[in-house]
Ligand binder design. Structure first.
Ligand code: HEM
Length: 138
């Protein structure tokens, strides 16, 4: 049983590392100066990977919960809230992106500013939550 829990937590932590890596790539992409067309092609690819990894993070968290028979620490409720916040801001990011026009630089800047702020907030929340999760389980 303990083996299964630690295996499930390993997958969960793997998903955290992957999503952090994707978030860093997204922040780097948003810091580049480039034309909107090539920018958006790469953005769509990266954000697809990001959303898939967010799903994996949620799924592996649920697996850990199921394997641990829902006998979990209070930090897990914060994890669920953080992931729900990440999903909510991703939906808003998608709406702002859809309102962006190829020839309208103002809408492009609005979108870029929103998305970059969202990714940096995600990184801060994930790092803070990881530190909290390990500090509590020590
Ligand atoms: C940003 C999102 C998340 C982060 C940064 C995160 C981080 C972590 C970390 C670092 C651990 C390992 C703690 C340890 O080894 O003691 C952990 C464990 C766990 N996570 Fe997450 N997690 C996230 C999302 C989720 C979600 C969405 C769920 C559930 C749906 C979840 C459920 C769990 C469970 C059940 C454990 C085991 C906790 C225990 O042993 O009591 N996590 N998480």
């Amino acid at each position: 049983m303990a083996d299964m829990i630690s295996m499930a937590i390993m997958l969960h932590v793997g998903a955290i590392v992957l999503i952090l890596l994707l978030l860093l790539l997204l922040v780097r992409h948003f810091s580049k100066e480039m034309e909107f067309k090539p920018f958006s092609l790469k953005y769509e690819q990266l954000s697809l990977y990001y959303r898939a990894t967010l799903g994996i993070l949620f799924f592996t968290g649920l697996v850990v919960m199921a394997v641990a028979k829902f006998d979990v620490l209070w930090t897990v409720y914060i994890m669920v809230l953080v992931v729900l916040h990440m999903i909510g801001t991703s939906v808003k990011e998608n709406i702002v992106y859809k309102l962006t026009h190829i020839k309208d630089t103002v809408s492009q800047e609005t979108f870029k500013a929103y998305a970059k702020k969202k990714y940096i907030t995600d990184i801060i929340m994930i790092v803070a939550l990881t530190v909290l999760a390990y500090a509590v389980s020590l």
